[in-house]
Design a protein around this ligand. Structure first.
Ligand code: 2P0
Length: 330
């Protein structure tokens, strides 16, 4: 617990966004927000959310500001309720978050956002939670947020327990153990049309490929773990592209179809394959949005960023190293 002001207790935390190399899509339990499949991600140093939480005795309801504007407090309150339950008090909170990147555009703002919220809220409530407990808490805000508690490489377990107690992420490698570079090609700054929570429910309900998605996830996780353990970049990259395109095949076969790509998204995918034709080991991955993230070894990062900047429709390219896990800022 930090300084008291305005009758409240405050904590501030930073969490970084992450991108999945083996992706999460589909829920095992919608109330507990447990995923139907495990996932493996890398945490991105360049994209982060800073969140300040203050519990106060004089508030009638939780209040949430995102980049200075009033945001939807529903999911924020869900996480705060769990913290209040554990802390044994009913104080409402002021929550203020800032992203250093566009919100809701497929850059995993919910991942960094809910990991920062879980860390700051637990801190402001004076709870000393383990990383595993924070991961479980963050998951109940957003599934991908469970992974952003950790830096470097993280694996999320779908779990089997009815209460969600074994549905958490763990670190596979620290960011210093295998430095990789990620170039993020931004092709659109607006909010996407269908959020992931809704999209994945529609895929489960309507796509004939959903059962194949579930059945094949385990093999991808085994292979990705092995690629990471062996520091085999070509295997990691090839598998990341395969898993990404398999996810988008599932999205495209959803009714109505989830088409998250725009023309620049597709052009960037071709540019990455052209780079490989020229001997540069670069591999793309794309989430529920039009941005393209390209993995490379640090020595090739400048060439990858230059190639992406030349793609028609790419508005901006941000380079990133792998980042740290969620942490308090005071
Ligand atoms: C992922 N995505 O593994 C996948 C790839 C998007 C595509 O996790 O409903 O925002 O809040 O648990 O975490 C996006 O899903 O969904 C996501 P909720 P979330 O990164």
């Amino acid at each position: 617990m930090d300084e008291s002001f305005g009758g409240g207790t405050t904590a501030v935390a930073r969490a970084h966004s992450n991108i999945a190399l083996v992706k999460y899509w589909g829920k095992r339990d919608a109330v507990l927000n447990t995923p139907a499949v495990g996932s493996i991600s890398v945490t991105l140093d360049a994209l982060h959310t800073d969140t300040r939480v203050t519990f106060r005795t004089d508030l009638g309801d939780d209040e949430f500001l995102l980049d200075g504007r009033r945001g939807d407090v529903t999911r924020v309150s869900r996480v705060l309720d769990l913290v209040r339950e554990r802390a044994g008090h009913g104080q409402r909170a002021l929550v203020s978050s800032t992203n250093n990147f566009p919100t809701g555009a497929g850059l995993a703002s919910s991942a960094s956002g809910f990991a920062a919220l879980a860390t700051a809220a637990a801190g402001a409530a004076g709870l000393a939670l383990s990383d595993r407990e924070l991961s479980i808490l963050a998951r109940q805000g957003s599934g991908s947020a469970a992974r952003s508690i950790f830096g470097g490489f993280a694996e999320m377990h779908s779990g089997v327990a009815a209460d969600g107690s074994d549905s958490y992420a763990e670190q596979l490698l620290d960011s210093s153990e295998w430095p990789l570079s990620v170039a993020v090609a931004i092709t659109e700054r607006g909010q996407k049309s269908i959020n992931s929570t809704v999209g994945m429910v529609e895929s489960a309900a309507t796509s004939p490929f959903y059962s194949a998605w579930l059945d094949s996830a385990g093999d991808d996780l085994v292979e990705m773990r092995a690629a990471i353990a062996a520091r085999d970049f070509a295997r990691l990259g090839e598998l990341s592209e395969y898993n990404c395109l398999k996810l988008h095949a599932l999205m495209l076969s959803t009714r109505p179809a989830l088409i998250y790509w725009n023309a620049a998204t597709v052009a960037a995918m071709h540019a990455v394959r052209d780079l490989r034709g020229q001997g540069v080991a670069a591999y793309f991955t794309i989430d529920a949005g039009p941005q393209v993230k390209v993995l490379s070894l640090p020595a090739d990062a400048a060439a990858v960023q230059a190639a992406l900047a030349n793609v028609p429709g790419v508005l901006e390219v941000r380079g990133s190293a792998l980042g740290l896990g969620a942490h308090r800022l005071e």
